[in-house]
Design a protein around this ligand. Structure first.
Ligand SMILES: Nc1ncnc2c1ncn2[C@@H]1O[C@H](COP(=O)(O)OP(=O)(O)OP(=O)(O)O)[C@@H](O)[C@H]1O
Length: 300
């Protein structure tokens, strides 16, 4: 079952295509991250999926409806939520009042206090919107989005500007949404967050997808390097293993074949009659993989 099925979507704003026939699928109940450099076409695609922008061509089904049709869009609005980076809220209303009013738009909304608790804003329930900090505003935006029990949630940079405790809490909340069957489409430039949260990642560049898969798949399939390191054994630089560099008192070797490097390092240590201590093998992160992917233009 797919919450989103987009096939051969193109978009031309009038000066040539910015989406070149992209196909994109998100299984129901998964967290899908959409990544790509500035200008790649993420916002355009997301807005088409949300029904806030028309497509030039292609087929699209979101929760079984076509966001490009006015009638379906009206139905879809009751079943999905969008959390943008900035939203307009009436500054003179209290947190509780704004949530209550929002809840009145839905047939079966979440209880206001419950949703405030979820986003850790209980203590601010009587505060006016204009008195909230940026981080609190973001949490209120999320509370508003959750109120209608959306089946599909679009989240744009959900934890930008939040302090570490709030960030952790919101990430926990987002992964809990998946557990309760909500589908989440996430755009974030924080790839640690994406690695932690996303079930699948799709990378778009110049209006085309260049990679798709789980975060682990993308890391495994990338040309990013693993780093093998050990403590400086105190030998002369020219006697270090081939390809090694001395960085902050550690010998560092970048490789795409860690097993061979570890074996060679052990053989080297035997030859040099030296001990290897503090050996670490650090696989590439999603961040490394993503950068390598964009540099090499690797295809799926
Ligand atoms: N309203 C518009 N009119 C004309 N061209 C647009 C419009 N919106 C976006 N574009 C163009 O479409 C392309 C994709 O832009 P889009 O905003 O979708 O990229 P993005 O991946 O979301 O970028 P960013 O990470 O910078 O937000 C860009 O070349 C942009 O200039």
């Amino acid at each position: 079952m797919y919450a989103i099925q987009a096939t051969d979507i193109t978009k031309d704003y009038g000066k040539g295509e910015v989406l070149h026939g992209v196909s994109y699928q998100v299984p129901t109940g998964q967290i899908a991250a959409l990544l790509g450099p500035n200008g790649a076409g993420k916002t355009t695609l997301i807005e088409i999926l949300e029904g806030h922008r028309g497509r030039t061509s292609g087929r699209l089904s979101v929760l079984g409806l076509d966001p490009g049709s006015r009638r379906d869009f009206a139905r879809l609005r009751r079943r999905m939520s969008v959390v943008l980076q900035q939203t307009m809220l009436e500054p003179g209303l209290s947190v509780r009042d704004i949530l209550r009013r929002h809840a009145s738009y839905y047939p079966d909304p979440l209880d206001t206090d419950e949703v405030l608790d979820q986003v850790d804003l209980v203590e601010k329930r009587s505060a006016l919107v204009k008195s909230l900090s940026d981080g609190m505003r973001r949490r209120l935006d999320l509370a508003l989005a959750l109120t209608g029990r959306p089946e599909l949630l679009f989240l744009d940079e959900p934890t930008t500007g939040l302090d570490p405790v709030s960030r952790r809490r919101i990430r926990g909340l987002v992964s809990g949404l998946r557990d309760s069957g909500t589908t989440v489409v996430l755009t974030s430039h924080d790839l640690t967050e994406v690695q932690e949260l996303a079930d699948r990642v799709d990378v778009i560049r110049d209006g085309e997808f260049i990679a798709s898969g789980s975060p682990d798949d993308l890391v495994r399939g990338s040309s990013a390097f693993t780093v093998v390191e050990f403590a400086d054994p105190g030998v002369a630089a020219e006697r270090l293993p081939e390809g090694a560099a001395l960085v902050n008192g550690r010998v560092r070797i970048r490789t795409d074949d860690q097993d061979t490097v570890v074996r060679e390092v052990q053989e080297w240590a035997t030859r040099e009659e030296t001990e290897i201590s503090g050996l670490t093998i650090v696989p590439p992160s999603l961040d490394d993989a993503y950068i390598a992917m964009l540099e090499t233009g690797r295809t799926e």
